[in-house]
Design a protein around this ligand. Structure first.
Ligand code: CDP
Length: 208
């Protein structure tokens, strides 16, 4: 046999999941990670941690440490609002790129969910999913999550405002990558949404 250079590629496999607030990205991402043994990163936590840290958001993004991601106030509505404000700053986004790309290419596979994973962070991802649902359905889910402690209409207004900010910003706006598989969860149960996503991953793994 002729001598040919042998290229050893590490067994990486990236699943990029994007979509608007409360569409079910996180649930699908966690389920895929569990089913296929992939590591999971909820990239929204990075922006939430920067948003709640206070002070200069660019300095906060550059100095982010793992302990910042374990604060117990990161899931609040206020943290989500703060996140979407700092997430519009290009220097904040730039400071978080390398960490996300390293996570995506770790051996054994990774699932990342966010807003720009398939478009900006991992345009080469093996699987790209865009998980979405109507604003009304998403607001209802958020409203239940808050224990219905604030009026539904207020939650719906917040969902719409966040959608507008996330899709309207100049840097890395929320949108589906052209080759993303769209999963609309408005009329799907969690199990149905997860089953659809898992079928896309299985098909790609089989073809890899
Ligand atoms: O859980 P939920 O969908 O409400 O929010 P999240 O995924 O934790 O993200 C909070 C905010 O961070 C979003 O509204 C985005 O503005 C921002 N974000 C982003 O810009 N890029 C990402 N990859 C993830 C989140």
């Amino acid at each position: 046999m002729a001598d040919r250079p042998v290229t050893i590629t590490p067994p990486t496999f990236t699943v990029a999941i994007d979509g608007p607030a409360a569409a079910g990205k996180g649930t699908v991402a966690r389920a895929l990670a569990g089913a296929f043994g992939f590591a999971h990163l909820d990239t929204g936590l990075l922006y939430r941690a920067v948003g709640v840290k206070g002070g200069d958001p660019v300095a906060a993004a550059r100095g982010l440490v793992p302990a910042d991601l374990t604060r117990d106030d990161l899931r609040s509505l206020a943290a989500g609002e703060a996140a979407s404000v700092v997430a519009a700053l290009p220097e904040v986004r730039a400071a978080l790129v390398d960490f996300q790309r390293r996570f995506a290419r770790q051996p054994g596979g990774a699932v990342l969910d966010g807003r720009d994973i398939g478009t900006v962070i991992c345009p080469e991802a093996e699987v790209k999913l865009f998980v979405t649902a109507s604003p009304e359905v998403r607001a209802e889910r958020r409203w239940h999550e808050t224990g219905e402690s604030i009026p539904y209409d207020e939650v719906l207004a917040q969902v719409r405002a966040r959608d507008a900010r996330d899709t309207g910003r100049a840097d890395a706006p929320l949108r589906a990558a052209p080759d993303a598989v769209v999963i609309d969860t408005s009329d799907l149960s969690i199990d149905e949404a997860v089953a659809r996503a898992a079928a896309v991953v299985r098909a790609r793994l089989g073809a890899a």
